[in-house]
Design a binder for this molecule. Structure first.
Ligand SMILES: Cc1cc2nc3c(=O)[nH]c(=O)nc-3n(C[C@H](O)[C@H](O)[C@H](O)COP(=O)(O)OP(=O)(O)OC[C@H]3O[C@@H](n4cnc5c(N)ncnc54)[C@H](O)[C@@H]3O)c2cc1C
Length: 295
């Protein structure tokens, strides 16, 4: 998960009729699945006994001022706050509070698929092939003499493949594998893209493919005040972080506003901006200041 939040959805979410019946109705399977994820990710809130962060403190003060303190929580996040070996057997380290979590963080604290599910799959005997860009899936033709009912075509993205130009001379012939069961896990955009390409060559897909798309967050807001960007933007891993924790962004996010029971308040998360997009934020701040000045 990109920004670490490991909150369960509000139960009313499952009442929406957008969900396939098999998913929304089987509450037991749903519960078991949440439990599996919790066991693997081991999320926990930003610990009370860790250094107070400027961002955390400011937002809590604002919440008190707005009379909404009870709606503010420290959400469970998939971050390690102590050095420990995770359930997949990988040694992880305590967070260095650099705030770069949404684009990736190299301090070994974030519980990403790289740290847990991929090593776990490897421990269970999975074979892993990288640099393979899946193009499309097809029903394997009986004539081809292949065993599985599906064929997955992919480009192998290593140098030297140009030696295998297709008959037409301008495209590299894709490689393929066959399988009895194929699970596409290329994300909301990637899986849709593969299926849309597959449907063009006759693979049967749902007529809902590629429709009803939306982001899971509806609005993104940045606030800048007199203290500048301290505690908001990601930073390089500090050598002695404990001495200056106040100005560190901390993991992302440390605070959330939870929805009201009737669902009228949206879920709000306060995240840190990773260092790689810091420049964009600074430009945005300067252009806003320019507009506020009326120039
Ligand atoms: C900025 C941001 C913050 C987020 N924060 C949170 C959060 O705090 N909590 C939360 O629960 N969720 C969060 N999410 C959502 C969460 O990251 C996604 O729901 C989740 O990663 C989806 O997992 P996935 O395995 O389906 O797809 P992905 O994680 O997108 O994985 C798909 C993989 O397939 C690969 N791929 C794509 N196309 C092909 C192809 N043709 N051939 C081969 N490989 C391909 C991609 O390279 C990628 O590695 C966030 C998302 C973003 C963008």
């Amino acid at each position: 998960m990109n920004a670490n939040t490991a909150l369960r959805p509000n139960p009313r979410i499952w009442d929406d009729n957008v969900w396939p019946e098999e998913l929304a109705q089987d509450k037991e399977l749903l519960e078991q699945s949440f439990q599996h994820a919790l066991n693997m990710l081991q999320p926990e809130p930003y610990p009370e006994n860790w250094p107070v962060l400027q961002k955390l403190s400011t937002l809590e003060t604002m919440a008190k001022g707005a009379g909404a303190h009870d709606k503010f929580i420290r959400p469970p996040i998939a971050v390690h706050f102590k050095d420990a070996v995770n359930p997949a057997g990988v040694a992880q380290k305590a967070s260095t509070l650099t705030g770069n979590d949404t684009t990736g963080i190299n301090d070994w604290s974030k519980n990403t698929t790289l740290m847990n599910y991929i090593p776990d799959a490897w421990n269970h005997g999975a074979e892993i092939f990288t640099c393979c860009n899946v193009i499309r899936v097809d029903k394997a033709s009986k004539k081809s003499g292949t065993s599985g009912p599906y064929t997955v075509y992919f480009e192998w993205q290593e140098p030297g493949r140009e030696a295998f130009l297709s008959d037409h001379g301008n495209a590299i012939t894709p490689m393929f594998i066959t399988a009895d069961i194929v699970v596409l896990g290329a994300g909301a955009l990637g899986s849709t893209e593969i299926l849309l390409r597959s449907s063009k060559t006759g693979f049967k897909t749902s007529n809902q493919l590629g429709k009803h798309f939306s982001g899971n967050g509806d609005v993104s807001v940045q606030g800048v005040h007199d203290n500048g960007l301290q505690g908001v933007c990601g930073n390089f891993t500090p050598p002695i972080w404990l001495h200056s924790a106040w100005s560190k962004p901390g993991p992302s996010p440390v605070l959330c506003v939870t929805p009201c029971e009737n669902g009228t308040t949206p879920l709000m998360r306060f995240i840190s901006v990773p260092i790689i997009v810091r420049g964009v934020l600074l430009q945005w701040r300067d252009s806003c200041a320019w507009r506020l000045d009326g120039r």
